[in-house]
Design a protein around this ligand. Sequence first.
Ligand SMILES: Nc1ncnc2c1ncn2[C@@H]1O[C@H](COP(=O)(O)OP(=O)(O)O)[C@@H](O)[C@H]1O
Ligand SMILES: O=C(O)[C@@H](O)C(=O)COP(=O)(O)O
Length: 424
Amino acid sequence: MTLLLGCIADDFTGATDLAALLARSGLPVSLRIGIPREKRHRNETAAFEVIALKCRTSPVNIAVEQARQALAWLREAGASRFFWKYCSTFDSTAKGNIGPVAEMLMAEIGARQTIYCPAFPENGRSVFMGHLFVGEQLLSESPMKDHPLTPMRDSSLLRLLTPQVASVVGLANRNIVSKGPTALRAKLAQLSDDGMQHVIVDAVCDDDLGTIAAASFDMPLLTGGSAIAGQLPRLYLEQGLVTLPRRRQILPKVGGGPIVLSGSCSAMTRRQVANYAGQVVSLRLDPIALAEKGAGPSLEWLRQQSPDAPKLIYATAEPHEVRRAQERLGRDKAGQVVEEALSEIARDAFDHGTRRFVVAGGETSGAITQALGVTHLTIGPEIAPGVPWTFATIDGETIALTLKSGNFGDESFFTDAFDRLEVA
Ligand SMILES: Nc1ncnc2c1ncn2[C@@H]1O[C@H](COP(=O)(O)OP(=O)(O)O)[C@@H](O)[C@H]1O
Ligand SMILES: O=C(O)[C@@H](O)C(=O)COP(=O)(O)O
């Protein structure tokens, strides 16, 4: 099939979120983990190819280099339009990779201008007058201010993006967006004439996203959250660039024990963990103990449990507990010991028969997916907006895997997830 859009995501939950929203159209979506080794030639691809990187918190030069390699693969596979997916809460380190990666992509593909549209109204993320809101709170007043790796202490996307790019950042605000695609297109052209290559675009509802997509779908590079990308399949279908496949993909049924592994400390995950811990056997990980003793005691605990029983292993903690661990170990080390332990646990669980995995947290998902040796994910049913079941083959065995963004899903997400899966 012709490759309509080559997508690069800065983390793995973000990649499955993007893939889920594109897959709602019924068009084929392929999700590859890391830079694919094998080449793909034109017409050997899905309509949407997503490459998942784990570069949200990497040093800038590494993130740019990984994205450059992903771009090269996508171009060779035939893509001429691209999407750079980052978090709907614009998660960036202090230096920030969102702008530098966008600038590199623009330079490589010769794009004169791009838009930045993280809004995801279905999940409560909206942008108004260039400010990002989570529900009714400004980003900087939302629980994202306490994120363990990327605390977001400013809500102005202009202020966040400006130090990350070389040229002036522009804004197409809601007043323009509300006037429709023609007015927005004219505004973007005027900003381009004024030298603004990077434009934040307001969106508070799905209709706004429809307007923005209609005004910008032919830009060679778009950037944002999954929701703006989710508008593109409809436009491509309307324009006759692609037709829906006659047959739907048949998804596997997976047996084998269920497990939830959580390294997310986001507000919603904390509620989900508290809820699920009341229902199944659970083990709490403490980063300080992990730094001293490693994952051995947790592996021992796991082996004492019945392989078929649902279980939960989590490092999820309240902000004051995260601060305590970070003060003792340093921010990076605290995150690293948790990611390493959960990765070892995931691998051990697989070796002992677990086949249904729910993982909470973007960085955590990156670490676990890599440890399991997953290279390709087939997208299955969506459990909550932006969180699908996916399927992968490792060592000849099929596993079902859900990578849940920290703040996505309802309080009952973990039970909802297993209820949604057809079991062999
Ligand atoms: N108790 C803890 N103390 C410190 N850091 C933690 C703790 N638990 C988890 N972490 C780290 O916090 C980070 C959470 O990021 P991530 O997995 O991306 O979650 P989210 O999707 O909520 O952003 C990970 O690096 C994880 O290892
Ligand atoms: O856009 C989003 O909000 C998600 O797709 C995403 O990237 C979330 O990241 P994590 O919360 O770190 O999982």
